[in-house]
Design a protein around this ligand. Sequence first.
Ligand SMILES: Nc1ncnc2c1ncn2[C@@H]1O[C@H](COP(=O)(O)OP(=O)(O)OP(=O)(O)O)[C@@H](O)[C@H]1O
Ligand SMILES: [Mg+2]
Length: 264
Amino acid sequence: MARKIVITSGKGGVGKTTICANLGVMLAKLNKRVVLVDVDIGLNNLDVVTGIENKIVFDIVDVIENKCRIKQALIQDLNYPNLYIMPSAHSYNCSLVTAENVKKVINQLNDYFDFVLIDCPAGIDEPFKRAVCGADEALVVVTPHLSSLRDADKVLMILNSYNITDISLIVNRVRGDMILDKEMIDANKIAEILNVKLCGIIPEDDNISVLLSLGRTVNKGCEAYSAFTILANNMFEDKKKLYDCTTKYKGFLGYFKRSLRKKV
Ligand SMILES: Nc1ncnc2c1ncn2[C@@H]1O[C@H](COP(=O)(O)OP(=O)(O)OP(=O)(O)O)[C@@H](O)[C@H]1O
Ligand SMILES: [Mg+2]
């Protein structure tokens, strides 16, 4: 039986797809069978960030329309054999793409995987409902910015009206230098304000954009690698460990790095 987890936010562009892809890889590295389901129908880009866009033959809309079997729409990752991606369509014109039918597809994945990670579109309208409907758990992604917090607060309220048993928060794009200089709100404080348990902290890391545009996830050379490793392990722990983005900016050398970053 799979854990079906929707990765959502309300606000667009906060890192849902990035987190979906990287968490999926980390869980696959922990020998879990993982499928990433792109429910951002029409504005999909999970296929691009996982580097499979040229391999797509069928997508989730084809499965819903019964044009193919579910296994035909699953694409196995080249590097991690435990990891599969169910791509979404660029466009669709079909009244069958409903929350109920997306849920049916997600339920069919139950027996084959340990984790179904659902990449949710931005917003709180119909596309959001389609993505949330099939999930049992939710990871709400925020960045340490006021507009993101307000949208996350709204989403958290809406999620409570769904059959979701576990809701956790991931704070993305955290800058340790700005936290130490009191220019950015601390992730623990954000979780306290939103009254939700904190499951992960991901640092701002320029490597992410570069790698993702090449269809690759973070590697050991990136700061975010440790943060995603901790996040994946937290999926199995009640007591969550959290990545400390401030460590490298502490002490004399850290102070020097902070001053340098400000000048850039
Ligand atoms: N921790 C990070 N550090 C640096 N860049 C990041 C980080 N997380 C995400 N990004 C960048 O932010 C941009 C938006 O990320 P992403 O597409 O994952 O957001 P999203 O929430 O899925 O957006 P949408 O709502 O449009 O689906 C991308 O260019 C990505 O590379
Ligand atoms: Mg996205």
